[in-house]
Write a protein that binds this ligand. Structure first.
Ligand code: HPA
Length: 277
């Protein structure tokens, strides 16, 4: 059963890190994979050492869970995530954050790379996700519900905690990062969108497009976990510019913004681990 698998993973996280309690988790998106290794008192656990954990198959996502110290608390950092487009079931896509929740995390910060749709956005912007549109027809809660994880019909109207966004805003500003919010639209990928799809996104009020994050946010709403999400705009979405979109462009922009994103994460970690207000 799914719940037992999650409990085994949560127990392994406690055993492997030697830390019985973690307060918050951060999922690192493209270009951020090396962030955790440099953090104070980081303890690394390869995903392969944690029972039932799916191991990433995509370049640049190494697949290591780090436990770090933040103030007098601990946080988990997921370096490497698995995506639906790799062929994983959504159960596997959300496995890590669910295990983190069972290991005690009250807050999860999801990060990702995205295409910018709305006019106010530029490559390199860091955008706090305020809401999402799920255009995939897929849902990680599909199938029998396990009431130990959460209710059959969870609300998701504050899936990206407005209270946490209010706390994150001044931190962006202290870091010299202009604070922006946007609605993230989930496509499965791995092909990028067509210009017509991006026009659709624009008309329905989407600001960003990407291939991750939404399943994890739904799974966390199901468990009552506070979620924040930050998206790095690595390219303007298809059809917005003359240039055809390439994965190389996305990777390059992710690398260029890496240091800025990492400095922001450093400053956000104490907010994430503190008890929610
Ligand atoms: N579309 C979907 N996913 C992405 C994009 C995009 O333009 N850029 C980075 N991830």
């Amino acid at each position: 059963m799914g719940y037992e698998k999650l409990e085994q993973a949560a127990a392994a996280i406690r055993d492997l890190t030697g830390r019985s309690e973690h307060s918050a988790a951060v999922v690192l998106g493209s270009g951020l994979g090396d962030y955790a290794a440099s953090l104070p008192h980081a303890i690394a656990a390869p995903y392969a050492s944690i029972p039932n954990f799916p191991a990433p198959r995509v370049e640049g996502h190494s697949g290591t869970l780090y436990s770090i110290q933040v103030a007098n608390r601990h946080a988990l950092i997921f370096a490497g995530r698995v995506h639906f487009y790799e062929g994983w079931e959504l159960f596997d896509v959300v496995f890590g954050v669910r295990a983190a929740a069972l290991a005690g995390c009250h807050t999860v910060l999801l990060t990702n790379a995205s295409g910018g749709v709305s006019r106010g956005l530029s490559v390199g912007d860091l955008v706090a996700i305020s809401d999402h549109v799920n255009l995939t027809g897929r849902n990680p809660l599909h199938g029998a519900n396990d009431d130990r994880i959460g209710p059959r019909f969870p609300g998701v109207s504050d899936a990206y905690s407005s209270a946490l966004r209010r706390e994150m805003k001044p931190v962006f500003e202290q870091c010299g990062v202009p604070y922006k919010e946007g609605v993230y639209t989930w496509f499965t990928g791995p092909s990028y969108e067509t210009p017509a799809e991006i026009e659709l996104v624009r008309r329905i009020g989407g600001d960003l497009v990407g291939m991750s994050t939404v399943p994890e946010a739904i799974a966390m709403a199901h468990m009552g976990i506070r979620v924040g999400a930050i998206s790095l705009v690595t390219n303007m979405a298809a059809g917005t510019t003359e240039e055809p979109l390439s994965h190389g462009e996305v990777q390059e922009a992710a690398e260029q913004a890496g240091a800025k994103f990492e400095a922001l994460l450093d400053s956000l970690l104490p907010v994430l681990v503190a008890d929610p207000r």
